[in-house]
Write a protein of this length. Structure first.
Length: 391
């Protein structure tokens, strides 16, 4: 597989000029180690999952830190949170020395706790998600964006099965006291059937026989570890009674397809989940685009109790994007009606309405679908967001 440059690297290098330390979090196996190892070739690398390395840390953490050659990458730092205090001491001894410490972690909650307690004001924090369409042409709805799946797509089923098992046994056990991992596994599979839907904790708790607070804890773990994305509703006053529950998306379409038992492109096209998977891809790609550009992940959806719904609302400097997603290669003017109605309700706020539709070999350039509405593919949308500035 062709080596891929990660867009977030630009933000990391920029952050290294202003902060002594940087933390890179994200889902397990999304490419954190590769990004830092290849993007910061001058830095020394230490894996904090190696038993011998951890033994040295436990025996004498001060001596371990003092022996490190800077700059250094400490991979999977959540396995040795006791190092933060000693790193802070070294940073404070040379407060003007920037970009010397780089940490990665897959379990964001304990990692962030260590940063907040020991490294406040000294650390820039970044999140990496699986590869985006902007980063690799190999990213597809069926395979998703995990680098190892894209490198060996024939092993897709085995890789995802192993990934879920590893995730359950390592990250879930580390973050939660889950007595029955088989129930948690059922929870993840059930969640896949709710992909791109409004979150209903009661609807999830009943078939699993667990409490609503337990569902809340489990969702928090999935969000914290980067497997799901919760998109909140847009609360701009539009004179409507609004739905308040967030919408739920998995951050990787390949994982969703695996959980739903979709094994081929032909099966995906016939699947009743095609629309949800297509919408979820747009959600994940928009989130990646914002994160990779160093912008806040301000992504919303709109739905009121009268049935008006627009898939995504994306604020930008000077106005708001209204984005509707359709799993079709033939966009029609009628598909623009929800965005036109919402744009009217939001007036005089400036809006740009975009209908995202499926790309084909003969897809034309973006076109005007209706007054004030452009029809374009996801790749065209991402290209149009290249110069997006925060609201």
């Amino acid at each position: 597989m062709k080596k891929t440059s990660r867009l977030l690297l630009k933000q990391i290098k920029s952050g290294a000029k202003s902060f002594p330390a940087l933390v890179l979090t994200g889902p397990r196996r999304c490419g954190k180690t590769y990004l830092l190892g290849h993007g910061l070739a001058q830095a020394h690398y230490v894996l904090l999952e190696d038993p011998d390395v951890l033994a040295r840390v436990r025996a004498d953490p001060r001596a371990f830190v003092d022996a490190l050659k800077l700059p250094v990458i400490l991979d999977e730092i959540q396995n040795a949170p006791e190092l933060f205090g000693y790193v802070r001491t070294r940073i404070d001894a040379q407060p003007r020395k920037m970009g010397q410490w780089f940490f990665t972690g897959s379990q964001e909650a304990p990692l962030m706790q260590g940063v907040v307690e020991s490294m406040a004001g000294r650390t820039a924090i970044f999140q990496l998600l699986p590869l985006s369409l902007e980063e690799s042409e190999r990213v597809t709805p069926l395979h998703g964006g995990y680098p190892e799946v894209l490198a060996k797509p024939a092993n897709r089923r085995l890789w995802f099965s192993s990934y879920i098992q590893t995730y359950l046994e390592r990250d879930v056990r580390a973050l939660l006291s889950v007595r029955d991992l088989s129930t948690f596994r059922r929870f993840i599979s059930l969640l896949a059937t709710r992909h791109a839907q409004s979150l209903n904790r009661t609807d999830l708790a009943s078939p699993l026989g667990v409490s609503i607070p337990t569902i809340g804890e489990w969702l928090s773990v999935l969000e914290t570890t980067g497997l799901i994305l919760l998109v909140p509703p847009y609360f701009e006053n539009a004179g409507k009674r609004l739905i308040k529950a967030p919408k739920l998306y998995f951050t990787d379409s390949g994982l969703v397809c695996h959980l739903l038992g979709i094994e081929s492109q032909a099966e995906l096209k016939r699947s009743p989940f095609l629309g949800a998977i297509t919408e979820g891809i747009v959600a994940a790609e928009l989130a990646k685009a914002l994160i990779n550009r160093g912008l806040r992940r301000e992504l919303y959806y709109f739905r009121d109790q009268q049935g008006l719904e627009v898939d995504f609302v994306l604020p930008f400097a000077g106005g708001t994007y209204l984005i509707e997603v359709k799993a079709t290669s033939t966009p029609l003017p009628a598909m623009a009606k929800p965005m036109l109605a919402l744009a009217k309700a939001l007036a005089p706020k400036q809006t740009q309405s975009i209908l995202v539709y499926s790309e084909t070999r003969s897809t034309p350039a973006m076109t005007a679908l209706a007054p004030g509405v452009s029809a374009m593919t996801l790749r065209q949308l991402l290209a149009s967001l290249a110069k997006l500035r925060p609201a």
